[in-house]
Ligand binder design. Structure first.
Ligand SMILES: [Fe+2]
Length: 211
């Protein structure tokens, strides 16, 4: 499994580097997902699938043109329609790789929302696999605290306020569990350099993967 974990990490970083200047989002979102899954007492098997999916969630963005992927302002409706295809493109990329099959739940459903307002299917509630519901909270939180080409990072308190204001999009149990751990885990990793964060994450992953 050792080589697999490093392959997943490398694949995830390949797109993260193109999209958001560093792989830190991928590490942070995987870290927050993992901490949240532990708080929810998900099985080791579910956590392994979640971690693989977290690293690879946006792998389909490899197929999105730079003028859309890196656009420094909001996307037009047509551009957003193209951007949304990163979900299906991601599923297609991992579909033929047997040991990545269990990452597909996160890749396919990471933009679905608990109230049915997400994409591409608009499914809701328990129809969305639990690991995708966990990932969604971690992903939105990390997006809020991250600098992106089209937006500035916001503070921890403002990010939590925004999550609460948009709580209908998230599984209530998952969101409340995240709020129990978010401040501690945010403070743990937010000042870490990329290498330190990677080491810290790999340390936690050693409970689930051979590293
Ligand atoms: Fe995505």
């Amino acid at each position: 499994m050792e080589s697999h974990l490093y392959t997943i990490k490398a694949l995830g970083n390949a797109i993260a580097n193109r999209d958001s200047e560093t792989g830190e989002h991928n590490y942070r979102v995987t870290y927050f997902s993992l901490c949240l899954a532990e708080q929810l007492h998900l099985s080791s098997q579910s956590i392994q699938s979640l971690v693989k999916g977290a690293f690879l969630h946006d792998i389909g963005k490899i197929g999105i043109r730079d003028n859309i992927l890196l656009k420094p302002s909001s996307l037009s409706n047509d551009e957003f329609t193209i951007m949304k295809t990163h979900v299906e493109q991601g599923v297609r990329i991992v579909n033929d790789i047997p040991w990545l099959q269990d990452s597909i739940d996160v890749i396919r459903f990471h933009h679905e929302r608990y109230d049915g307002s997400g994409y591409p299917l608009g499914i809701a509630g328990q129809q969305i696999p639990i690991i995708a519901r966990v990932f969604a909270v971690a992903d939105v939180f990390d997006a809020l605290i991250s600098e992106r080409p089209y937006k500035h990072a916001i503070s921890y308190n403002d990010a939590i306020k925004t999550l609460k204001q948009n709580s209908q999009g998230f599984d209530p149990l998952v969101l409340s569990s995240f709020l129990e751990i978010s401040e501690l885990e945010y403070n743990t990793i937010i000042t870490m350099e990329k290498n330190e964060l990677e080491m810290h994450l790999i340390g936690k992953l050693s409970n689930y993967f051979e590293v």
